[in-house]
Design a protein around this ligand. Structure first.
Ligand code: NAD
Length: 227
């Protein structure tokens, strides 16, 4: 059976991705805390920080191959730049960007040796266009997009596809702090008239994983026409 590593699988988009992949892949799932939330999912479960290089090395050492890597773990951060502390800045960059280096670093070695594999990064439309009061998040996701394009070029000769999905507003815990008014305002601005669902992003991840490897280096928005 093919093997997939999905980060941030305890809830939201990552959980939905794991659900969508579970019939076709042996799953290796990571979350930061609350591993109980993954108990309904098959496969091996790990609790740790994707920003921790040594932790990721141990997880990927357990995999004899990596057919699919879904880099989904991420955190948001809403702050005026003058209120952004170095701790918050570094936490966002570490979680949203350095994590993807960590997993790709170890997974690529296994993929290259088999001349096969796919990496799908979950970035954000804010990585393409920037969001007010989300400078760290936008910078990190912009970094993910550039990383995706660069790594696609590096790994294409090895038969490996690297792409990113850039969601707009998806109805997950990440957005739970919006007031009803903010939710309504956001929804009004989305041409599809609603937030996306984690299952829709998961379906896009699955379909992208089935595409020819010649489709690589792309940042594909999934945003209901938002941007
Ligand atoms: P969520 O907050 O519901 O879930 C985040 C998951 O990431 C959890 O499983 C959590 O355990 C894990 N995680 C966070 N930090 C981690 C760390 N350091 N180490 C290991 N795991 C960690 O979020 P979500 O809405 O499902 O978002 C998933 C991804 O999609 C994120 O990268 C996010 O930036 C991106 N995204 C979300 C939206 C949205 O509107 N929800 C929009 C665009 C992009």
């Amino acid at each position: 059976m093919k093997k997939a590593l999905v980060t941030g699988a305890s809830r939201g988009i990552g959980y939905a991705v794991a659900e969508r992949l579970k019939e076709e892949y042996e799953l290796f799932l990571i979350c930061k805390s609350n591993p109980d939330l993954m108990s309904g999912l098959p496969g091996r479960h790990y609790t740790g920080d994707t920003g921790d290089h040594d932790f990721i090395e141990k997880v990927i050492n357990d995999m004899d191959s990596v057919d699919l890597l879904v880099n989904n773990a991420g955190i948001a951060c809403f702050d005026l730049i003058q209120d952004m502390t170095p701790e918050k800045w570094n936490d966002v960059l570490r979680t949203d960007l350095s994590s993807i280096y960590n997993t790709s670093h170890f997974a690529a070695k296994k993929m290259i040796s088999r001349h096969s594999g796919r990496i799908i990064n979950i970035s954000s439309v804010w990585g393409l266009y920037g969001a007010s009061c989300e400078s760290a998040y936008s910078a990190a996701k912009g970094g993910v997009n550039a990383f995706t394009k660069a790594l696609a070029k590096e790994l294409a000769p090895s038969g490996i596809a690297v792409n990113a999905l850039a969601p707009g507003v998806i109805d997950t815990d990440m957005n739970k702090n919006f007031s009803d008014e903010e939710r309504a305002d956001l929804t009004d601005r989305i041409p599809a008239g609603r937030m996306g669902t984690p299952e829709e992003v998961a379906e896009a991840v699955y379909l992208l994983s089935e595409m020819p490897v010649y489709l690589t280096g792309q940042i594909i928005s999934i945003d209901g026409g938002f941007i």
